[in-house]
Design a protein around this ligand. Structure first.
Ligand SMILES: Cc1cc2nc3c(=O)[nH]c(=O)nc-3n(C[C@H](O)[C@H](O)[C@H](O)COP(=O)(O)OP(=O)(O)OC[C@H]3O[C@@H](n4cnc5c(N)ncnc54)[C@H](O)[C@@H]3O)c2cc1C
Length: 370
């Protein structure tokens, strides 16, 4: 493709859950769509604990076919005490298969999906791949994850990020809950054990300044669970990644004559407290794709309408989560994060929803790209 110029109605950058959903929706609405992803294969390597809520079935057909096992509840441990058990119906999916299936469905809708296609620059002239190929389209959808190049081009940057580390381990005792471990040693984050059939995803996330402790904290979590006889000692895989934790960014902008729409992690749709972002990526992707196609069909207000709808749907939940996380980061930094502070910053507890929101400073430097 070197040096070539490709034209289409909508170019989608990133073919994860947000991008594949956006591309499919735009193509189904009649737009000519090219989707680009730097990965060689969809969804690989997996950087995810792989839980999706049951409600995602309304967006993703035959979701159960992509599941490895069901989840019934969330079990929350606070500084080792507990668990508190809350209903949380969902699935642990095979995330690589999940992403691949969404891409196959986009391709079946007519999207020209291209992998091993890293986008180098995004500017008023369009999109340039690293090999010099240009893709020119009146609408650009940025679904390129937490460090979105498209977002950067329109000034929407995820500045607050959680850092994570995760291992896959043998699961010795079958389990139907997602286990959550809250501790003041994990500022702005938590540990998790998500069962996946005969194995489990064991990981944790923290605010950026604590990222140097990820390895030792995870080893501590692993040793405790091995002692309890819940997991085996082997490490079958290691992964990690960044999670936007600052809340919703402005999801639309212009580059010269082009409209730009962001979806998924690219516009900060991952919940800053739970780190859950697959469902919001799929939903926002579908909405962005529909808006992109409407823009192509002549509806000049479609991008602004998309921004309004996104804010209505996700804005206040994300704002609360971002504040709760900031409160916890501040409490940890001041060495006053006890069980009450930890629980106020976790969705299972009533205080999360009802306690007044503190006027804490956002941890503005904590997540700036390392
Ligand atoms: C360790 C970890 C565990 C998580 N666990 C869960 C969980 O259990 N449940 C949950 O709901 N959420 C979880 N999340 C969050 C979830 O993975 C994300 O919210 C979700 O993947 C967002 O989808 P997306 O399509 O917006 O972005 P991504 O899935 O990040 O997709 C972005 C795509 O853009 C591509 N891309 C990036 N830059 C370029 C470029 N320059 N050129 C071309 N392509 C590019 C990437 O290759 C990628 O395929 C977890 C995240 C992490 C890090």
């Amino acid at each position: 493709m070197t040096g070539a110029t490709l034209t289409c109605d909508v170019v989608v950058i990133g073919l994860g859950p947000a991008g594949a959903s956006a591309a499919r929706a735009a193509a189904k609405a009649g737009a000519r769509v090219i989707g680009l992803d730097k990965r060689v294969r969809p969804g690989e390597p997996v950087q995810c604990a792989e839980f999706v809520p049951l409600s995602l079935s309304s967006e993703v057909d035959r979701l159960a076919d992509l599941a490895v096992q069901p989840i019934e509840a969330m079990a929350t441990f606070t500084e080792g005490d507990g668990p508190r058990r809350d209903p949380l119906p969902g699935w642990i999916v095979d995330r690589a298969r999940f992403d691949r299936t969404l891409v196959e469905r986009a391709a079946a809708a007519g999207v020209d999906c291209r992998f091993a296609a890293p986008v180098g620059t995004v500017d008023v002239d369009g999109v340039s791949l690293s090999d010099g190929t240009r893709v020119v389209a009146p609408v650009i959808v940025g679904a390129d994850g937490p460090r979105s190049a498209v977002g950067r081009a329109i000034g929407s940057v995820n500045r607050i990020l959680s850092h994570t580390r995760q291992i896959t381990v043998p699961l010795l005792v079958p389990h139907l809950a997602t286990d959550i471990f809250l501790s003041k040693t994990m500022p702005g984050g938590y540990g998790w054990l998500f069962p996946k059939g005969g194995v489990a995803n064991l990981g944790l996330g923290v605010d950026a300044p604590a990222r140097g402790f990820l390895r030792v904290l995870l080893e501590g979590l692993r040793a405790g669970l091995v002692r309890e006889g819940r997991i085996g000692w082997d490490v079958l895989a290691t992964t990690g990644g960044l999670i936007p934790a600052g809340g919703l960014l402005p999801p639309v902008g212009r580059l010269g004559t082009r409209d730009v729409l962001l979806a998924g992690d690219a516009c900060g749709l991952t919940n800053p407290v739970t780190g859950a972002g697959i469902a919001s990526a799929v939903i926002s992707g579908r909405m962005a794709g529909e808006a992109a196609a409407a823009r192509i069909a002549g509806d000049a207000s479609a991008p602004a309408d998309y921004a309004d709808e996104l804010s209505d749907l996700f804005g206040s939940a994300l704002a609360r989560a971002a504040r709760r996380r900031a409160e916890l980061v501040a409490a940890c930094a001041a060495n006053r994060a006890g069980p009450a502070e930890l629980e106020r910053a976790w969705i299972a507890f009533e205080d999360y929803w009802t306690a007044p929101l503190d006027d804490v400073e956002e941890p503005t430097t904590s997540g700036v790209a390392a």
